[in-house]
Design a protein around this ligand. Structure first.
Ligand SMILES: C[S@@+](CC[C@H](N)C(=O)[O-])C[C@H]1O[C@@H](n2cnc3c(N)ncnc32)[C@H](O)[C@@H]1O
Length: 278
């Protein structure tokens, strides 16, 4: 009951805030079709409310798109995020349950000249495989983000996840941006970078590096017999690991069962995985 009320309030405020928002639906080509979506119309798990274009642009800036990236928008609506990503030169795919929105988005992609890079399919995001994505965008609901969270956390390290408005609860964002400082609603984007899984014990030059991991945050110590040295400011950024120990700054990269890097940007360090935990 309480969850339904929260969903209702989230949807109602989305609809109210964005009423009158121009959509791809109003482009000349779309006008020629008989279908015009309505902001707030019912969707399978969440209503359709389009992301304002300035926030789409901000989300794509946050994604730091590079050649070869593949973006997937979960619940793609009228296709604006996918089309905007394709216009930046990458391959993008939209998964949308409503077949009429899918047709509308396909038509808009053609009209915008990016149909070769922007594709749309009618499907349920919870039944779909989007494991090829290097960037996942979302504008759903808090509880839907939480349903997707385990899948997202199992994607390859470095995958960027960008959500309009809604968080991932205790998986704190790596970056938050507002489209402008005065805005009060539906103008915030959150970004997470899927961290490599490093919890467990590693062999670092014959010593035991023991790491505990909560999403991108790390805690740990280096054990040498009955002596131990704590790590501080330890964290993951995708496959990159960084921590301070004994007054020195360690940076490195995780590749499978090995991590290697430099201490204070100079001498090399490396560690090999002995066992995993968590
Ligand atoms: C809030 S709108 C966001 C649309 C678009 N991503 C954007 O940012 O403009 C959410 C979209 O998800 C779609 N949707 C809802 N449940 C879905 C599901 N289970 N699978 C696929 N699409 C779904 C709705 O039809 C709607 O178009």
């Amino acid at each position: 009951m309480r969850r339904r009320l929260l969903d209702y309030l989230a949807c109602a405020s989305l609809s109210a805030f964005l009423a009158g928002e121009p959509a791809w639906a109003q482009s000349p080509d779309a006008e020629a079709s008989s279908y015009t979506p309505t902001v707030g119309q019912v969707g399978k798990d969440v209503v359709w409310v389009p992301t304002p274009q300035d926030l789409v642009d901000t989300m794509l800036d946050m994604a730091e798109l590079k050649p070869g990236d593949k973006l997937v928008d979960l619940g793609a609506g009228d296709g604006r995020t996918v089309i905007s990503a394709a216009k930046r030169g990458i391959t993008a795919r939209g998964i949308e349950y409503n077949p009429e929105l899918v047709t509308l988005a396909q038509r808009a992609a053609k009209q915008e000249g990016v149909a070769d890079r922007a594709s749309f399919e009618q499907a349920d995001i919870f039944e779909s495989d989007f494991s090829e994505a290097t960037v996942v965008t979302l504008f759903l609901l808090p509880r839907l983000n939480m349903r997707l969270r385990p899948t997202l956390l199992d994607m390859p390290p470095g995958t960027r996840v960008i959500s309009n408005s809604f968080t991932m609860e205790d998986w704190t964002p790596d970056e938050t941006r507002k489209v402008n400082e005065d805005c009060t609603g539906r103008c915030i984007a959150y970004k997470w970078v899927v961290p490599a899984k490093v919890a467990g014990t590693w062999n670092m030059d014959g010593k035991e590096l023991v790491l505990a991991q909560t999403f991108q945050q790390l805690e740990g110590e280096l054990r040498d017999g009955d002596r131990s040295m704590p790590l501080s400011d330890a964290r993951m950024d995708g496959e990159k690991v960084a921590f301070d120990m004994n007054g020195q700054h360690y940076e490195g990269e995780v590749r499978g069962d090995e991590m290697r890097g430099t201490v204070d940007g100079k001498q090399a360090w490396r560690a090999q995985r002995v066992s995993s935990s968590g």
